[in-house]
Design a protein around this ligand. Structure first.
Ligand code: NAP
Length: 344
């Protein structure tokens, strides 16, 4: 049984993580920390739908108790300054932010615009995509939970990049995210009046998730590659839909490609490769840790088109973090995560 801590529980991904940990069969104690809590406060005051389901409290400060895993559901710049104090006690650190995802301090500074305070973390961390790094994650002390956009993009392209069946000089990821992907703090773009019934791309060139997508796909390809990653703001609360484009390098049928995706993800419980003709959609993944993939080929121009859906707060953040904790602490990979999505 595990003792865990969550730093940043008042945020969207932190409170989703609390929901998952409270009903996790292998978690015996949870310290939920919101730096603004002046007194112990029930978790349902943060997530009203938990009222009556748990007596779990939130506190304002770490009580110094020992934990097996510490989750940083905090913005960029926090983990790099505070991971060490938890690692020194023997806890595993699972980081939601961009502080541990890249392997080079120089590349980190280029994309995040700040000097890394603990570059050694970049060497120690394992990128937390179980579908690519499951065995390393079992031994990891620092886990870099991936970004929500990169999870969909990397997993959508991975089988083809690994196989060498697509032209890696032309990888386009057109990815749409619900508004909760931006966290709970308001800016003008996130006001109801700005995003309701609206739809737009943003940071069309240079979004900070680009280097982790390129890092992981380059590892699979065995060579450095670049990706055009274009994020969009979708006027829904939860969910990501990625539409991925590339060109086939060989004359391959849709049946061969479908079979390759199915074989690649055969042993991965949270990736569902949908049968041909079925389209990945948001409702099938909202509230769940599943990621759905639909594969298509336009034989007129040898274009591969893959659509991927996930819940940004679950497989894109908190569910994936629990999946990583399960691996790192030796639990069943699926423990606490098999509930289906919300549907209507
Ligand atoms: N939202 C998503 O879909 C998603 C997906 C994947 C990854 N992520 C990543 O997960 C992290 C959290 O995202 P979010 O969307 O949950 O953000 P959020 O809703 O803004 O919540 C962030 C939380 O962190 C707390 N916090 C900020 N600075 C802190 C500090 N120095 N010490 C302790 N707590 C601090 C905030 O508290 P205050 O209210 O006091 O500032 C807030 O409760 C980010 O790194 C984000 O990039 C988010």
């Amino acid at each position: 049984m595990a003792r865990v801590k969550v730093i940043g529980v008042a945020g969207y991904s932190g409170s989703e993580l609390a929901r998952l940990l409270i009903q996790h069969p292998n978690v015996e104690s949870i310290l939920l920390i919101d730096r603004r809590a002046e007194e112990p406060t029930p978790i349902w005051k943060y997530r009203a739908n938990l009222r009556g389901t748990t007596d779990q409290m939130v506190v304002g400060k770490d009580d110094g108790s020992k934990a097996d895993a510490v989750f940083f559901a905090t913005p960029d710049g926090v983990t790099m300054n505070h991971a060490k104090e938890h690692l020194d006690t023997g806890a595993k650190v699972i980081d939601f932010s961009g502080d541990t995802r890249l392997r080079s301090a120089e590349i980190h500074q280029k994309w995040y615009g700040i000097e890394h305070a603990s570059p050694n973390l970049l060497q120690e961390a394992v990128y937390g995509l179980p579908e690519l790094h499951r065995e390393e994650l079992r031994k990891a002390n620092v886990i870099a939970n991936p970004g929500c956009y990169p999870t969909a993009t990397i997993l959508g392209f991975a089988p083809m990049v690994k196989k060498g069946w697509i032209d890696t000089s032309f990888l386009v990821a057109d990815v749409k995210s619900g508004v909760s992907g931006a966290g709970k703090h308001l800016n003008t773009r996130m006001h109801f009046a700005e995003c309701e019934a609206n739809f737009n791309a943003y940071k069309v060139v240079g979004h900070k998730h680009t280097p982790e997508i390129e890092q992981e796909l380059s590892l699979l390809a065995g060579e450095d590659l670049t990706v055009n990653f274009i994020p969009h703001l979708l006027p829904v609360t939860r969910g990501i839909l990625a539409t991925l484009y590339s060109t086939l390098t060989e004359d391959l049928s849709i049946d061969q490609i479908q079979a390759e995706y199915e074989s690649f993800y055969e042993s991965h419980p949270f990736v569902r490769v949908l049968p041909q003709g079925e389209e990945a959609c948001l409702k099938a993944v909202q509230g769940s840790n599943f990621l759905d993939i639909s594969v298509h080929v336009d034989s007129r121009n040898s274009r591969l088109i893959v659509t991927v859906t996930e819940d940004n707060l679950v497989k894109g953040a908190s569910g994936q973090a629990v999946q990583n904790m399960n691996l790192a602490l030796g639990f069943e990979e699926t423990a606490g995560l098999m509930q289906p999505g919300l549907w209507l």
